[in-house]
Ligand binder design. Structure first.
Ligand SMILES: *[C@@H]1O[C@H](CO)[C@@H](O)[C@H](O)[C@H]1NC(C)=O
Ligand SMILES: *[C@@H]1O[C@H](CO)[C@@H](O)[C@H](O)[C@H]1NC(C)=O
Ligand SMILES: *[C@@H]1O[C@H](CO)[C@@H](O)[C@H](O)[C@H]1NC(C)=O
Ligand SMILES: *[C@@H]1O[C@H](CO)[C@@H](O)[C@H](O)[C@H]1NC(C)=O
Ligand SMILES: *[C@@H]1O[C@H](CO)[C@@H](O)[C@H](O)[C@H]1NC(C)=O
Ligand SMILES: *[C@@H]1O[C@H](CO)[C@@H](O)[C@H](O)[C@H]1NC(C)=O
Ligand SMILES: *[C@@H]1O[C@H](CO)[C@@H](O)[C@H](O)[C@H]1NC(C)=O
Ligand SMILES: *[C@@H]1O[C@H](CO)[C@@H](O)[C@H](O)[C@H]1NC(C)=O
Ligand SMILES: *[C@@H]1O[C@H](CO)[C@@H](O)[C@H](O)[C@H]1NC(C)=O
Ligand SMILES: *[C@@H]1O[C@H](CO)[C@@H](O)[C@H](O)[C@H]1NC(C)=O
Ligand SMILES: *[C@@H]1O[C@H](CO)[C@@H](O)[C@H](O)[C@H]1NC(C)=O
Length: 866
């Protein structure tokens, strides 16, 4: 199916045609690629996982990413994560304070030049969130390249739909620092909707269908209403289209907040246990461990009613153990669950729709796995059930990579039209002089350029009739739909002030020419980034957009537009052009100034220094990863039924203790340990768990192995019985047949006894029934049967080549005991028994015979190959 969606065409000039997507969440990222021959795939990370924590650990000369970075709990202050909430934020933004409270180990200072924040560990070690995100993006490209086995430059990156101009620009800047070419920033909800649509192309017709996606991730929650339908286009006829109709969001509702509640709860429990005089909350490292445990707790409580949280040596070598129930968890988060319906309501009101118009509500995002979230949501939407037919974790990455393939010229992709919607309205504001009652007064004007839910990309041209130098502001429009808290997080409502000079002098010089006004074209591009543009031919939407906007502008500000005065002959126009060029240069974002070049250029140099060391470190990192993966996997296994069934409490405790011990060691000393030490730790753990793993593996193999043995026994017995004909009419001696019979008997006895014995013994002991013994038993059976099968080749020249032997048994023959001396061997043509019985329809007995013949020939083929 995928192949029909994406048909890679011939590569263009260079070979680097693979493209990637990065689904950037607040906590995790998922990377997907498309390359010729590989439709759409999630790129596995170095630990072979499908998602990677967004985390960088920068310590002196070390640089770690993803799981490895998070592994260094010993030094949380060198581990940078949850960067999303800091992007494009001024230092006084409440979200910065929240971050500081959550991660007290970090020292955040103001970047004087931009007013934004910097992580400051020392004079030399100051990093902006954009810079850190740049490193993460560069790392994600590394993962994609390793997976694609070719260089990759182009990417589609997801952003939360509620990202404003400053936040979007911050991501673009990070990508620029990483040298990643951004084909588009796609809203994550749109990426999900696209993924949903492309796989249901055939269900989309001219009747509009409204679907709501409810996405609760780690950091935020979004509800999106999407309309799917086919539309007629001039170029290529009828095509499927998705249109974002309504969006509601809660910037801070997500799984991470739940984990923080649990972390706090665990801290409280530990303090109450009074194992030490210290307050665990004051120890960053211990709190980092509790957060890790809280994460596990949240996951486990989604499936279990209660769970024993435990951390070895949490503080002052004191272990921590406490039971937490799901009910307690739900109480801790009660106010969060109350916020679940909020985004649904907001999405409906922005779309001006009612719930009846929504056909289905589909769950997206890892945190929708929390049972209470589903319960509350289901009630809020009043549907019979919630749609769970989408890959909650990967839909955004897959939708984004589809878009990447569509935008890249190297792939031919079936078109799927996407109509994005502006979440935050944008308007232009300025003062103009007016004649009123004979006196000149100043009037403040507002014109909406992009209203809420206006589709984009699109351009809007606005014509000023000013005849003197003037300034205009570009601001966000009415954001009253945001709550007070969101408004304060949003930051300044002013986007930029544009000062035009040279207008007055130009007007004075050309009083005789016809004045057509000054056109400014505002373009909301594919990435949802607003640009000031002087090219009016930018987008076909532009004309339409103007028509749409016209009545409104007329209503709000009659007659402001065109003034019939001649000012600018042709050469002045170019000057006007230059004027706007300069404006474009300045960027449209004093609300968030660009990081100046010093900083940008500085970055790669500094990172380059590390590259040689990186190479040397690779071996160590690999070992570290294996050890971490082993710890992680085994800890996980200890809670799986299959493993619990084969260990005694004592052994389990012992393994858990050792795992935890090594875990702690990793957090503390593992960070600086040598490759050798890491290897030794890993080996000792492997030895410790070997017996348990062996038991589980054996048990896994039993059903298959026993079935194989049983069927080989059946076959051999059948073969034997079919050969028991009068002695002078057969080629096998009594001794030969007795030998086979004996082997069959012995095997059957062994099997019965061993299985019985195994049933009596404890699953926590080394198994009596061993897969390798079963294998050797069946090998013995095979050997005997094959010996007999090959005998006639030596005895009778005609049958020497079994391949040439006629499939005599295939003759309609009721009685398999009436065979001649020629063996009933079918030519190993690969024909299956079905086709045989088809070509020679016979009664039941014959079919049984045929089937045996078929199987016997299979045994023979194996033998001949040996
Ligand atoms: C980006 O990552 C690659 C490895 O994938 C590394 O060689 C390169 O130095 C990194 N660049 C920067 C600027 O960090
Ligand atoms: C569109 O498809 C839906 C089912 O997916 C069907 O109920 C409806 O009748 C179809 N409408 C048209 C116009 O084909
Ligand atoms: C923000 O915009 C408003 C309205 O245009 C304007 O009055 C105000 O001066 C602007 N503030 C700044 C700091 O630019
Ligand atoms: C400004 O735009 C309008 C409409 O798009 C156009 O008619 C007019 O000629 C333009 N004026 C200038 C000075 O380019
Ligand atoms: C949109 O504008 C930004 C800012 O100038 C730019 O980086 C980006 O390439 C533009 N186009 C798209 C498709 O994102
Ligand atoms: C611009 O247009 C408005 C509305 O028609 C008018 O009142 C004003 O005088 C015009 N300004 C100039 C400088 O022509
Ligand atoms: C072997 O044959 C017995 C009866 O003849 C049957 O119950 C059993 O399922 C067969 N086992 C296999 C593995 O074919
Ligand atoms: C095999 O077992 C059957 C019945 O269990 C018995 O009659 C026969 O003698 C045995 N054959 C040999 C060779 O042990
Ligand atoms: C082994 O057990 C099966 C099924 O219980 C039985 O049919 C068979 O005769 C037994 N074999 C021996 C050798 O006891
Ligand atoms: C097979 O058996 C059926 C009935 O048992 C009989 O009618 C038929 O003739 C037999 N065929 C052969 C080839 O022996
Ligand atoms: C099939 O074999 C049995 C036993 O050897 C014999 O009694 C019978 O006559 C045979 N039937 C046919 C159709 O050859």
């Amino acid at each position: 199916m995928l192949m029909s969606l994406l048909v890679p065409t011939i590569a263009l000039s260079d070979s680097s045609v693979a493209v990637m997507s990065v689904d950037l969440g607040s906590e995790w990222m998922k990377v997907a690629i498309v390359k010729p021959g590989v439709p759409m795939e999630i790129a596995l990370n170095k630990e072979s996982r499908r998602k990677t924590p967004i985390a960088v650990c920068l310590k002196e000369n070390e640089r770690l990413f993803g799981d490895s970075a998070l592994g260094s709990v010993k030094n949380p202050k060198f581990v940078y994560r949850h960067l999303q909430s800091l992007l494009g934020k001024k230092h006084d933004n409440p979200q910065v304070a929240v971050y500081q409270k959550r991660f007290p180990e970090h020292h955040l200072v103001t970047d004087e030049s931009r007013g934004t924040v910097l992580f400051s560990n020392s004079e030399e070690m100051q990093y902006s969130p954009e810079e850190l995100l740049g490193m993460v993006l560069n790392y994600s490209r590394g993962l994609a390249q390793d997976f694609a086995e070719q260089p990759i430059k182009d990417a589609v990156i997801t952003v939360p739909v509620f990202f404003n101009q400053a936040e979007r620009r911050a991501v673009l800047q990070a990508a620029q620092m990483a040298g990643v070419k951004v084909l588009q920033l796609i809203n994550d909800n749109t990426a999900v909707a696209l993924n949903y649509g492309v796989f249901r192309r055939k269900d989309i017709n001219s009747t509009a269908q409204n679907i709501m996606f409810y996405d609760m991730g780690s950091g935020s929650t979004t509800a999106t209403i999407v309309t799917y339908q086919t539309v007629k286009t001039e170029e290529s006829g009828s095509q499927p289209q998705l249109q974002i109709r309504g969006v509601g969001f809660d910037r801070s509702l997500g799984g991470f907040e739940m984990e923080l509640r649990l972390q706090d709860h665990l801290a409280k429990l530990f303090n109450e246990q009074k194992k030490t005089k210290k307050d665990v909350r004051e120890n960053h490292r211990a709190m980092a461990k509790l957060l890790k445990e809280a994460q596990r707790l949240k996951t486990v409580l989604s499936a279990n009613a209660e769970f024993m949280a435990q951390v070895e040596g949490l503080l002052d070598d004191m272990d921590f153990k406490a039971k937490v129930t799901r009910v307690e968890f739900e109480t801790l988060c009660a106010d969060l669950f109350e916020r679940v319906p909020g985004p649904v309501q907001d999405a409906l009101s922005s779309a001006e729709m009612s719930l009846d118009e929504i056909e289905q509500v589909i769950l997206v995002g890892g945190s929708t796995r929390v049972p209470k979230v589903q319960e509350v949501l289901l009630k809020a939407v009043g549907k019979e059930e919630l749609g769970k037919n989408l890959n909650a974790d990967e839909a955004a990455a897959m939708g984004a990579v589809y878009q990447a393939a569509a935008l890249s010229k190297a792939f031919k992709v079936q078109p799927f039209l996407v109509r994005e919607a502006t979440v935050f309205p944008i308007q232009v504001e300025f003062t103009s002089e007016m004649e009123e009652d004979g006196s000149r007064i100043l009037k403040h004007n507002k014109h909406i350029l992009f209203q809420r839910m206006a589709p984009y990309p699109q351009s809007k041209v606005f014509t000023f009739n000013h005849t003197d130098d003037f300034a205009f502001n570009i601001n966000y429009g009415d954001l009253s739909f945001l709550g007070q808290e969101d408004l304060s997080v949003f930051g300044s409502l002013n986007l930029t002030t544009v000062q035009l000079s040279g207008v007055g002098s130009s007007f004075q010089k050309h009083t005789d020419a016809e004045y057509k006004g000054i056109n400014a074209s505002f373009n909301m591009n594919e990435s949802g980034v607003l640009l000031l543009d002087r090219d009016e031919k930018v987008h076909p939407e532009s004309v339409k957009a103007q028509e749409e906007a016209a009545p409104q502008e007329e209503k709000q500000e009659p007659g402001e537009e065109q003034q019939q005065q001649e000012v600018a002959p042709t050469h002045e126009k170019t000057e006007g052009g230059k004027l706007f060029d300069r404006l474009i240069d300045r960027g449209l974002s004093p609300g968030y100034l660009q990081i100046h070049c010093n900083n940008v250029c500085f970055l790669p140099v500094r990172l380059q220094d590390l590259t040689d060391r990186d190479l040397k470190k690779q071996e160590r990192e690999k070992t570290l990863n294996s050890l971490e993966a082993f710890l992680f996997d085994t800890q996980d296994k200890m809670y799986q039924e299959e493993y619990q069934a084969v260990v005694l409490e004592e052994e389990k405790e012992n393994i858990l203790a050792k795992l935890s011990q090594v875990s702690t060691w990793m957090d503390e000393d593992g960070y600086s340990a040598s490759t050798k030490e890491l290897r030794e730790k890993l080996q000792s753990l492997r030895n410790l768990c070997k017996a348990m793993f062996f038991r589980v593996e054996e048990r896994r193999k039993w059903p298959g192995h026993l079935a194989t043995l049983e069927s080989k026994l059946n076959r051999s017995s059948f073969f034997l019985s079919s050969k028991l004909v009068p002695e002078d009419d057969r080629i096998f001696t009594d001794v030969e047949l007795k030998t086979l019979e004996k082997v069959i008997n012995e095997t059957s006895t062994w099997k019965n006894n061993t299985v019985a014995e195994q049933e009596k013994s404890s699953p926590t002991e080394r198994p009596v029934l061993l897969s390798k013994d079963i294998e050797s038993k069946w090998a013995l059976l095979d050997r005997e049967v094959n010996y007999l099968l090959n005998k006639p080749k030596a005895a009778k020249p005609k049958a020497a080549k079994p391949k040439a032997a006629k499939p005599k048994a295939a003759k309609p023959n009721n009685n398999s005991t009436t065979e001649s001396k020629e063996l009933p061997i079918k030519e190993p043509t690969g024909q299956n028994t079905d086709s045989l019985s088809q070509s020679q329809p016979t009664d039941k007995t014959t079919r049984t015979g045929t089937s045996v013949i078929g199987t016997v020939s299979a045994i023979e083929t194996t033998f001949l190959r040996v």
